[in-house]
Design a protein around this ligand. Structure first.
Ligand code: M6R
Length: 365
């Protein structure tokens, strides 16, 4: 069942080129330069009228929602809000009549996500779901939605579901974008970029032994910071969550520039900072943040593009991944972040597939 892997988590990390292919299969429409998303059950007219999207989820799925927020805003120019389901269910936010809710969940059984969805549905809003488990309660109760087709995820720490959620959210953003501002050419460019993604993820998996080596150097540390900006801010949050849930090391994710507003006080030679710093509009800014950490003696582990030169000069450890468009970077950089957490947890003797105090799906409030 484990196919030669010591843990489900590692098996599922390595399944990602295939699970990402499955998430896209049959959904990229080159003729119309858009994503074909039959399951939404809403007409183009209804989708056009949507003036606001609320994405709701918990945990890792909430991080995917945040990645989706950046992409939906960029492609579709739609206002998007990301809400913790546990908060949304007890809030009474003013929602315009044309607000669409999207519940994002691997299991489709998370009680807070279900309750938030029911509350918004009760008010008469259309609700869509992004689920992995077919036939799950949230999939059945939503008005429409998309499945991830990632296959069963057994490890308690979500890995392949996260990258598939990011992929499907990009498809939704492309679809909404093409109903609004995105040109045919822009749609085709996005399709081309997405088609190259599984191969990039395959290459990112080649960092496995490097990640194990780096894990060996830092597995004794008790605190980690994870820093990134824009699309890579939720990637930082997800990297920190992976580490804390399976290795029990305290880790915090921040938008890189926020660190000078408090977290930088934590920095010392025993507190590594994992920077997610692929090329892009904020590259120079993140480098400046890296320099601030180095100046205070903090070790820096940097995840950079394959052809990077500046960031890799400053960092103590460098993990190179294939370069990708900004909205796909959190998917590519997720791979070394998952591997780093995995190897640190194994080295600390933790039960990576069944971490203490956690359940695969949280069905109690
Ligand atoms: O099944 P869901 O996606 O609704 O689960 C949400 C969270 O409970 C889940 O992502 C949790 O945070 C994982 N342990 C993360 O690895």
């Amino acid at each position: 069942e484990l196919g030669g892997y010591p843990h489900y988590m590692l098996k599922e990390i390595f399944e990602q080129p295939e699970s990402i292919r499955a998430a896209m299969r049959g959904r990229l429409d080159r003729d119309e330069a858009t994503a074909k998303l039959g399951g939404l059950n809403l007409t183009p007219q209804q989708l056009r009228q949507v003036d606001r999207l609320v994405l709701t989820a918990c945990g890792t799925s909430w991080h995917a929602a945040m990645v989706g927020e950046y992409t939906l805003e960029a492609f579709a120019r739609l206002p998007v809000e990301v809400e913790y389901a546990s908060e949304l269910r007890y809030r009474n936010p003013p929602l315009s009549t044309q607000t669409l809710l999207m519940a994002i969940t691997q299991s489709g059984e998370t009680i807070d996500t279900l309750a938030a969805m029911r509350e918004v549905k009760r008010k008469g809003h259309p609700v869509l779901s992004l689920c992995n488990v077919v036939g799950s309660t949230i999939a059945r109760e939503s008005d429409g939605g998309l499945f991830l087709h990632a296959g069963p995820e057994i490890g308690v720490a979500s890995t392949k579901a996260f990258t598939s959620q990011c992929v499907v959210l990009s498809l939704i953003a492309l679809h909404f974008g093409r109903l609004r501002h995105l040109s045919y050419e822009a749609g085709l460019r996005i399709i081309n970029e997405m088609e190259q993604l599984p191969e990039k993820v395959e290459q990112a998996l080649e960092t496995n032994s490097l990640c194990r080596q780096i894990a060996g150097k830092y597995s004794g540390c008790d605190n980690f910071l994870y820093l990134g900006r824009q699309h890579n801010f939720p990637a930082a949050l997800e990297g920190a969550l992976k580490l804390k849930e399976i290795s029990y090391i305290h880790a915090e994710g921040y938008p890189a520039a926020e660190m000078k507003h408090g977290p930088i006080a934590l920095v010392d030679e025993h507190t590594p900072s994992v920077f997610i710093v692929p090329s892009g509009g904020v590259y120079e800014k993140v480098i400046a943040n890296m320099e601030e950490i180095r100046a205070r003696g903090g070790p820096v582990i940097a995840i950079v593009d394959e052809d990077d030169s500046r960031a890799s000069e400053i960092a103590d450890e460098v993990i190179r991944v294939p370069s990708a468009a900004d909205y796909l970077q959190p998917i590519v950089t997720a791979i070394p972040l998952q591997l780093l957490a995995y190897h640190i947890a194994v080295l600390r003797g933790c039960d990576v597939d069944k971490p203490r105090n956690l359940a695969k799906s949280v069905t109690v409030e």
